[in-house]
Design a protein around this ligand. Structure first.
Ligand SMILES: NC(=O)c1ccc[n+]([C@@H]2O[C@H](COP(=O)([O-])OP(=O)(O)OC[C@H]3O[C@@H](n4cnc5c(N)ncnc54)[C@H](O)[C@@H]3O)[C@@H](O)[C@H]2O)c1
Length: 319
């Protein structure tokens, strides 16, 4: 059994990973300021500290074996309007966390990075050596943290894994997605199914994709959680390992909307809207590194299954 600090463990992904760690028999403490998370998202059996990662030095001690770091702001649009908020929290907060870990002698880290570090890719499935050219402050802040972590590994022997998530979706029992405002496609379409939203906007249908709408790589949040457990095992002192996490195959916006119609049996009115600036036609991961280095393969790649789990969560947590 190991002891883990989970920053952001009251949020969507952090709560699911915390639940998996507890199920695997580990001791978990969640550090979260509840800025976008929910107290009820902290799984039963986990300790809870309501606090900021900026103050991590007050909470970390040598009894922890590792930190899993989810705490961040992650709204792309907001980051464009208010970039300072993103540098302060995502970069400043992580800088403080890395210092606190060094001070307490906690020498292992798993970090939530993102496909947004790559920007608008020119070529097919993205590998970890694809060009990183983020198109917004959110992606830039996450890339800056990846660079900070790399330096910490070289200079101070940290063992670190950055997991670059593509589009996280689905739910794990009582733990699911509740962002406010919501910007992710699947929960937005489910809001239409629930009657909380009139229609779903499809931003452009003239992309060079099979049906003209954007293609994204959706990864089940429980598969993502398994990758975190594997990353804790694979982390090695002095190495910064970066792994993309996706299914390796994409689904178009129209396929997602159609699948929600099938799963929910509800009408989903669609409104065609102009393309959004900075939306690449296709964003799909090559998860070969995760497969080779973490021994990880997604076990729930099926879109119907992902949406069914998200729907079961959404209709029991409707606002
Ligand atoms: N959801 C996705 O599709 C996705 C994709 C790529 C990367 N990510 C990354 O995964 C992580 C988790 O995403 P999520 O969707 O669960 O977001 P979320 O907003 O649901 O969770 C983030 C949590 O961090 C907490 N938090 C934020 N700043 C904090 C601070 N300074 N101190 C303490 N707690 C703080 C929030 O209260 C919240 O509970 C984020 O780092 C995000 O950038 C998510």
């Amino acid at each position: 059994m190991s002891k883990y600090l989970v920053t952001g463990g009251a949020g969507y992904v952090g709560s699911v990973v915390a639940a998996h760690l507890l199920e695997a028999g580990h001791e978990v403490t969640v550090l979260d300021d509840l800025s976008t998370g929910f107290r009820a998202g902290v799984p039963q059996g986990a300790g809870f500290i309501e606090g900021r990662i900026q103050d991590a030095a007050s909470y970390l001690d040598p009894s922890y074996d590792a930190v899993l770091h989810f705490a961040a702001f992650s709204q792309v649009g907001e980051s464009v309007v208010n970039p300072g908020k993103y540098w302060e929290n995502n970069v400043g907060g992580t800088l403080a966390l890395l210092g606190a870990m060094r001070g307490a002698g906690v020498r292992k880290l798993v970090f939530s990075s993102t496909a947004a570090t790559y920007g608008e890719p020119a070529e097919g499935p993205l590998t970890e050596s694809s060009v990183t050219a983020p198109t917004n402050p959110y992606g830039a802040s996450k890339l800056a943290v990846d660079h900070m972590i790399a330096g910490e590994c070289v200079a101070h022997g940290l063992a670190a894994v950055s997991l670059r998530y593509f589009n996280v979706a689905g739910a794990y029992g009582q733990f699911g997605e509740r962002h406010s405002p919501e910007t992710h496609l699947i929960p937005l379409v489910l809001q239409v199914a629930l009657g909380e939203r009139e229609s779903i906007s499809v931003f452009g249908d003239d992309y060079p994709t099979p049906d003209g709408t954007c293609v994204r790589d959706y990864i089940h949040v429980a598969d993502l959680a398994q990758a975190h457990l594997a990353a804790l095992e694979a982390a090695s002192a002095g190495e910064h390992l970066i792994c993309n996490l996706g299914n390796g195959s994409g689904f178009s916006v129209r396929e997602v909307v159609e699948t929600v119609r099938k799963v929910t049996g509800r009408e989903i009115p669609e409104v065609l809207a102009p393309r959004r600036a900075g939306d690449p036609a296709t964003l799909v991961a090559s998860a070969r590194t995760a497969h080779e280095r973490l021994g990880w393969t997604p076990s729930r790649p099926d879109l119907t299954g992902i949406i069914t789990d998200a729907w079961n969560f959404a209709r029991t947590h409707a606002s």
